[in-house]
Ligand binder design. Structure first.
Ligand code: PHE
Length: 346
């Protein structure tokens, strides 16, 4: 071989090396890319591999076998890559075949809001829109906040062991401590800590030593309301309660404001709503949803508010009852069992 012939053989093997790299790096991720690859490397007229074969045939006799061998390997590499690329494309689902509107798989099932939490939020939302703020108090109370300041006489039956869950008082404390039996002590705490005017609600848990049945439980929720200012009247109370009931139940709900008694309000009234029985069309019954009244002057005096200058009203409603009516729940215990088959329905 002369020098030119040697150089031609070396150039060819350099180009084979370059083509090997290009084939390995080429894009085969789509039908179009595969076709571009085929034309670029294996095309009959101007494909790179085809061109290299033509150059090989011009080499001197003794250089051809080695070059031919490496070119055959190069062509096999290109055809194999092309075959593999097309096969992978066929196996992968085409975007058009996937229903993109299908929901994804949820690895962790989403939780939902507990119906009591939802009902509390619905009730407080209505009062917030009427200008009430939200107050809070402890679930463990003393006798003064839970009873005495609320004008319960010392021998009142509600203090009885039957209703109240008393706690063992630490040595240092004077008087009994207990789980609060209603949210009314929050009225006392709010009034003792500030000055009128007050316009607040206090949602929270309360506890009673009741026999547990489908309709009563040892723990339940109330929303307390308190408004104290100059010139507050029973008409204001009735207006706020009726506005609430129409917003919560329905615009045309039938309401009954009925005289009642509570130690801490005078006069007192209960609010009933008419509830149609879905199982007996045309029939229904009155259901009590809250207690209320004008704050007794003794209560204002107990927290140092001038009962000659200020008047107020208060109300307290249960949360479980409206939640049971709204969601058609017939057993109060379901709220507290945390059975996911129940909870997942909300
Ligand atoms: N605390 C009363 C109860 O638990 C409800 C109530 C609150 C009544 C405020 C009047 C005023 O039954």
């Amino acid at each position: 071989m002369n020098t030119d012939e040697k150089t031609a053989a070396e150039l060819l093997s350099g180009d084979v090396r370059q083509a090997t790299e290009d084939i390995a790096a080429a894009d085969l991720s789509s039908e179009e890319a595969c076709e571009t690859f085929r034309v670029r490397f294996l095309g009959q007229r101007s494909g790179i591999v085809t061109g290299l074969f033509k150059r090989m045939k011009k080499l001197p006799q003794e250089a051809r076998p080695a070059a031919g061998k490496s070119l055959n390997a190069l062509r096999k590499l290109a055809t194999d890559r092309l075959k593999a690329g097309r096969k992978a494309l066929k196996a992968a689902p085409k975007l058009a075949e996937v229903d993109l509107t299908l929901p994804g798989r949820r690895a962790v099932p989403a939780g939902s809001v507990h119906p009591i939490t939802q009902t509390l939020a619905d009730i407080t939302g209505i009062f917030r829109r009427m200008g009430f703020t939200v107050a809070d108090g402890p679930e463990i109370e003393d006798d003064w906040h839970n009873f005495t300041a609320l004008n319960f006489p010392p021998d009142h039956p509600a203090r009885d062991m039957q209703d109240t869950l008393f706690l063992e008082a630490p040595e240092s404390s004077s008087g009994g401590i207990m789980l609060r039996t209603h949210t009314s002590p929050v009225q006392i705490r709010a009034m003792a800590a500030g000055n009128p005017p007050f316009r607040l609600i206090a949602p929270g848990r309360v506890y009673r030593n009741e026999t547990i049945t489908y309709k009563s439980y040892c723990l339940f929720h109330q929303v307390e309301g308190l408004v104290v200012d100059e010139g507050v009247t029973m008409a204001d109370l009735k207006h706020v309660l009726f506005t609430f009931a129409r917003a919560y139940f329905s615009e045309d709900v039938r309401l009954r404001f009925r005289p009642s008694f509570f130690p801490f309000t005078e006069p007192s009234a209960e609010l009933d709503i008419w509830w149609d029985l879905p199982e007996k069309p045309g029939e229904g019954r009155w259901m009590e949803i809250l207690g209320s009244g004008m704050v007794d002057p003794n209560v204002l005096d107990a927290v140092g508010i001038d009962s000659e200058k200020y008047t107020g009203y208060a109300f307290g409603m249960g949360v479980e009852r409206p939640a049971m009516l709204q969601y058609g729940i017939e057993d109060i215990r379901l709220f507290y069992e945390n059975d996911v088959r129940f909870l997942a329905q909300f």
